[in-house]
Design a protein around this ligand. Structure first.
Ligand code: AQP
Length: 333
């Protein structure tokens, strides 16, 4: 370790436009605590190619996700921002870990089961092996914590299991990281179905508010958001849409969900949705302005990502060297 701060690692796939779930479940938490930690934030493009994709769109999305990290407030004084494929140690350690991973661990992962169903026949081996690559991403940086949304808990658990198994067999190699999941915003739900998480890959664009949506798009999506027939909103397990919309409003306006629930306890969905649209538009506007500014500055993002990859490579290489040695691979001369 080069300094006394605890270390964090996290990443997001460039599989589409980032949405409020990605922001509230992950990036917001990175930004809130970044000054306390030595942070590594990665755009995980090697994960994005485990699903059918368009190469040009992937390149554009990779740049957009990196730019959004910065626009959302990730500060380069505290964080190393880089693209996963620019640090070859990710693929290299993934192979080493794959050789140590029982097949049934991979087959039982919820994400594999759900996404392989969606992909139908000819599911790629990359989708199955995704957890070994994700474990490599994390373990390379020897982080203490991995700030993520609730859906990633299972992946962090497998990462810990793999690290423990490797350490037991080959000697101390990896730190076992903790999932850092903030209860608020950990699972933002779809606007069209309050029982499903908001997701980049949901075929319906109406299901999510993307961070770069225009005010008109935000208004339209919130107007069309699913509701229930009851008058007045409440936080209630039996009312997933009401709970989700109230929680989003509370997080965007920096209030307690219970306070917001009390305010709208007798309100109809119409007036509430108007307030939610206004809150979302106002919340996203400064971030969208920063995004436009920094993507218009020629060469800025390239420099950030080049510097980030250089720094990440140094740390990643150290861990890869130890893991290779402990496994018995002959070092290059
Ligand atoms: N709905 C959500 N609520 C809270 N947090 C969420 N995250 C994702 N969706 C929500 C968190 O965002 C980070 C990045 O996720 P990812 O893109 O790597 O993969 P994902 O979790 O599978 O996100 P998506 O949007 O659903 O992507 P696709 O559709 O491509 O699979 C993670 O910290 C995640 O917890």
């Amino acid at each position: 370790m080069t300094n006394a701060k605890l270390r964090t690692f996290s990443g997001i796939q460039p599989t589409g436009q980032l949405h409020l779930g990605n922001y509230l479940g992950a990036i917001r938490n990175w930004v809130q605590t970044q000054a306390k930690y030595d942070n590594y934030f990665c755009v995980v493009d090697l994960h994005a190619i485990t699903a059918p994709h368009d190469p040009a769109e992937l390149r554009a999305a990779t740049r957009a996700v990196a730019a959004l990290y910065l626009a959302c407030g990730v500060d380069l004084d505290y964080a190393t921002v880089f693209v996963q494929s620019h640090v070859p140690a990710h693929s290299q350690l993934a192979w080493l870990l794959m050789t140590q991973t029982p097949l049934n661990w991979l087959e039982s992962m919820t994400q594999y089961k759900e996404k392989s169903l969606r992909q139908g026949e000819n599911v790629g081996a990359g989708l199955l092996n995704y957890p070994a690559l994700m474990a490599a991403d994390i373990l390379l940086y020897q982080p203490h914590g991995v700030p993520v949304g609730a859906d990633q808990k299972e992946h962090i658990e497998v990462t810990r299991d793999l690290a423990r198994r490797f350490n037991d067999r080959y000697g101390p190699t990896f730190r076992l990281p903790e999932p850092w999941i903030q209860p608020e915003g950990a699972r933002v739900m779809s606007l069209t179905d309050g029982t499903k998480k908001m997701s980049k890959s949901d075929p319906s664009d109406l299901s999510r508010i993307s961070l770069l949506d225009t005010p008109k798009e935000i208004e339209k999506k919130i107007k069309r958001a699913k509701t229930d027939p009851q008058l007045g909103l409440s936080l209630d397990l039996d009312r997933p849409e009401s709970t989700n919309l109230l929680t989003i409003y509370a997080l965007l306006t920096h209030q307690e969900p219970s306070q917001v629930a009390a305010e709208f306890a007798t309100s109809g969905y119409g007036p509430f949705k108007a307030r939610l649209s206004e809150a979302a538009i106002n919340f996203l506007a400064p971030m969208q302005t920063r995004y436009r500014e920094l993507t218009q500055e020629v060469g800025y993002l390239e420099t950030v990502l080049k510097t980030g990859a250089e720094r990440a490579r140094v740390v990643a290489h150290q861990t890869l060297t130890i893991a290779s040695h402990n496994l018995g691979l002959l070092p290059p001369t």
